[in-house]
Design a protein around this ligand. Structure first.
Ligand code: ADP
Length: 592
């Protein structure tokens, strides 16, 4: 059943209609019942009228009073509500203004925009950093055009998606173009703000300008890359002397595995002398820098000469924070320098030997001259005795024979003195084996000997040894090479090539071989070739003393070595010297 709620005026009319109708219908009956009698009198009619009026007035009064009271209450409530609403609206307007001001004055570039593209608020910082005016930035599209240019389509797709957000989104980095034409890097983060009263969705975007930070990061990355790809080994260590960083070149230099973990390892463990390394650390703390050379111990067990340049790194306040070192392997340079020095020394020694050889030649020439007198005396005494012996007294024959004896004795003494002189008192020189770079010595000999001869044939040095330093007596080996090569040159009149071969480790012998394709030696003469003053047949035109090979033999024997010769007339000769092989570190035997 459905009740219809009547409005006040309808209710009043309805009540009146019902009351009046009931009164007209039942008033007489009621009055007759109360007063008695059936006649209607004027007094009763008046009373009836008055009662009706009173009753209806009373009902009307009560109703109106109720209606007015209710209305007044409602109006009061309404007024209160309106006042409250007004206050709320004012508050809202104030907070909106505050919010707008907060956005406009935000230190970070901030903007609020609606889904139809209207840029509702743009912070001053946004305008300041970009250089665009507020007039230029009326819509999101204006901004995207100016800031992204050709990239606008892609950016707009992203902007449209922002209105679907239900929470904050960090959008990442964007490169924007600012008014002066340069580019800046901004990171955006956007938060949905709900809807405007007109129903449009709005979002707030805040940007952080990270251009400088990215630039600094990039510079740092470049510095990092530069250090990483540097061919110079670089390491950092903390103030306790423990490594905090090494670059790949460091690992390569120390022959370490590329993945080796170096962090925390003490800097002293990379050097042969940890005391030297500690001294460097100490120097650094006192002097701020250090430049010097240290011997490094490499991972494969070898060693290297390292030029170390180290410095103390201080922070902005001047407090030392770490040590930095760069390392250059100077082993090869040192070796080359030592090699050059050694070559110079060998050359000087060799030249001395050459001078000595010339001296020997002169001594022998003098000898031949000095021998002429006693030999002439002997010759003439012999002739006298042969031709006139019968006519001479016994006394004078004896005198002559004694004279011959004296001259022979003198000649022999002269000869012995000369041999001793020529040998350079070889016997008295102590045998002094020491580490010698035999390869360099051979090379110097091959280079130097031909310089003493006019039109000398070329001397080629052929090295077949894996070792270069052996223990020999350098002076004696110089003499061996000097004499053998001089002979090869002297007795190769056709200028054929001469070869000096160095062969090593043949049954633990160091083998030196001088090969020529010259005149060769007759088999008959070969037997005597190492005798002092022996000269083979047919060499009179060639300057010589017959002493060279005997000296060579002496020098070889001082080493407890061997020498032999193979030769064929017209084909050439090969002199082979074998010396016991001792490399550095091996014990030097006691030789006679
Ligand atoms: P020198 O060369 O001063 O005569 P050596 O003792 O060096 O004295 O040599 C002795 C002799 O051996 C020489 O006179 C020469 O007849 C011979 N001889 C040495 N080396 C060679 C050679 N390479 N080729 C040919 N004959 C040589």
């Amino acid at each position: 059943m459905k009740y219809t709620v009547l409005k006040p005026h309808q209710r009043i009319a309805a009540v009146y209609l019902i009351a009046a109708t009931l009164w007209i219908l039942f008033s007489d009956t009621l009055l007759y019942t109360l007063i008695g009698g059936n006649s209607v009198t004027t007094r009763l009619s008046v009373a009836k009228g008055l009662m009706f009026v009173t009753f209806t007035a009373g009902v009307l009064y009560l109703h109106l009073r109720w209606a007015f009271t209710t209305r007044e209450q409602l109006e009061g409530d309404l007024r209160l509500q309106m006042q409250h609403a007004q206050r709320t609206q004012t508050d809202l307007q104030h907070s909106e203004a505050r919010f707008r001001r907060a956005v406009e004055e935000a230190p970070l570039p901030t903007a609020i925009f609606a889904e139809d593209g209207e840029l509702l608020t743009v912070s001053r910082s946004w305008l300041d950093v970009t250089g665009y005016s507020r007039d230029q930035l009326q819509t999101v599209s204006d901004w995207v055009d100016l800031a992204y240019g050709e990239d606008r389509e892609r950016i707009m797709v992203g902007v449209d998606r922002l209105f679907e957000l239900d929470q904050r989104l960090d959008e990442g980095e964007f490169t924007i173009r600012v008014a002066n034409g340069t580019q800046r890097i901004w990171t955006f983060s956007t938060t949905p703000l709900g809807r405007l009263p007109d129903g449009r969705r709005i979002v707030i975007s805040t940007a952080a300008d990270v251009t400088e930070r990215r630039h600094t990061e990039q510079q740092l990355r470049i510095k990092d890359r530069a250090i990483e790809s540097s061919i110079t080994a670089i390491a950092l260590a903390d103030m306790q002397g423990e490594l905090t960083y090494v670059n790949p070149a460091f690992l390569r230099l120390w022959k370490l595995d590329a993945t080796a973990d170096m962090l925390g390892r003490p800097v002293t463990e990379f050097w042969v002398s940890s005391a030297d390394a500690e001294a460097v650390v100490q120097t650094l703390t006192e002097r701020d820098d250090y430049v010097g050379e240290l011997r490094a111990r490499l991972a494969d067990g070898t060693q290297a000469d390292i030029q170390l340049t180290a410095s103390l790194v201080r922070d902005a306040d001047g407090h030392p924070v770490c040590m930095m070192g760069s390392f250059i392997d100077v082993t090869l340079e040192n070796q080359a320098r030592a090699h050059a020095l050694e070559n110079e020394r060998l050359k000087a020694g060799f030249q001395k030997e050459q001078e000595r050889n010339e001296l020997v030649q002169r001594i022998i020439s003098m000898l031949s001259h000095d021998l002429r007198t006693p030999l002439t005396v002997i010759e003439s005494s012999k002739d006298l005795l042969l031709n006139y012996a019968n006519e001479m007294t016994l006394e004078s024959r004896r005198n002559k024979l004694e004279g011959i004896g004296r001259q022979v004795h003198f000649a022999l003494e002269l000869l012995q003195d000369t041999v001793n002189m020529a040998r350079g008192t070889l016997d008295k020189i102590p045998f002094r084996p020491a580490p010698v770079n035999i390869v360099s010595l051979c090379q110097v000999s091959a280079d130097e000997v031909p310089t003493a001869y006019e039109n000398a044939p070329p001397v080629t040095f052929v090295n077949q040894t894996p070792v270069d330093t052996v223990v020999v007596d350098e002076v004696l080996v110089s003499r061996i090479l000097l004499n053998l090569l001089s002979n090869a040159i002297k007795y190769s009149p056709d200028g054929n090539e001469i070869r000096l071969e160095l062969v090593c480790c043949h049954d633990n012998w160091l083998v030196l071989r001088v090969v020529d394709y010259g005149m060769g030696i007759d088999a008959e003469d070969l037997k005597n070739i190492f005798e002092p003053f022996f000269r083979a047949k047919g060499v009179n035109q060639i300057h010589g003393t017959g002493l060279g090979l005997s000296i060579v033999k002496d020098c070889v024997e001082r080493h407890q070595g061997r020498i032999h010769v193979e030769s064929e007339v017209g084909q050439g000769s090969t002199f082979t010297v074998e010396l016991p092989l001792q490399t550095v570190g091996q014990r030097v035997p006691e030789l006679a």
